[in-house]
Design a protein around this ligand. Sequence first.
Ligand code: SAH
Ligand code: MG
Length: 223
Amino acid sequence: MNKEFAGGKSENIATFVRQVFQPEDLVLREIRKRSTSKGLPEIQVGEMDGLHLEILTRASGAKKAVEIGTLGGYSGVCIARAMGPGGMLYTFEADKNHAAVAQESFARAGLKENTEIFIGPAIKNLNLIEKYGPFDLVFIDADKENYPNYLKWAADHLKLGGLLLGDNTFAFGMLADETFENSEDATTVRSIRLFNEAAARSGRFRATLLPTGEGLTLAVKIK
Ligand code: SAH
Ligand code: MG
C-alpha cells in the first residue's frame, strides 16, 4: 500500500504523511476503484505521487500540459485540476478501453473542457498537438522503450522553463542492475537509463531524480 512512498523505509511515517496531507480525495478514490473494477491494471501513480504532480503543476503555473500514458485518468486529473479553469491537458493513450475509463474520470472530475484524449500510439499522435505548443509541462508515463523518444519530443515542444516529468525512472528497481531476467527488462532499463542521461546531460535541461517509490525524474528545459 505504501510502496510508492519515498524510501518506503518507515510504514509509520508513510501513514502519518498520508493522514496529514490527505493526498486522495473522493474524486481520485472513485477513479482508482472504477479503474480496477473495469479491469485496468493497477499501475496508476500512487496517491502521494498524484499529489506531487498536482503541486508541481501548480508551482510551475502550467496552463498547457501533455501527458503520455493516460490509463484511467488518475494522474491526468491531478495535473488538469492543478491548472484550473484556463488549463488544457492533452493526454495520449494507446488502449481504447483505458481511454474510455479516463473519459468518464475527466467528466466526473468536472474537467471535460480541460482535457483531450488522443487514442493510439503516442509516437504517431503527438504531432497532432504540435500546433498548440510550446507546452508548459510534459508528463511521461507510458511504454518505457519510447522514453528517449518522448524526451526528444518534449525537448522540442516545451517552452523554455517548461517542466519535464518522467515516472518510474528507477526502472522498477532495476536501474543500476547489470544482469536481467529477460530481454524485455533489459530493454526497459536501457531506455530509462538513456532517458535519465539525456535529462541530466543533454544540455537542454537541468534535471534531478526525485526519490519517490518509483523514481520521478524532474527537469526544466533550459535550451
Ligand atoms: N499516467 C497514468 C498511468 C499510465 S500507465 C496514471 O498514473 O494514472 C501506462 C499507460 O500507457 C497504459 O494505459 C498503457 O495502455 C499506455 N501506453 C502504453 N504504450 C503506449 C503508447 N505507445 N502510446 C500511448 N499510450 C501507451
Ligand atoms: Mg507510472
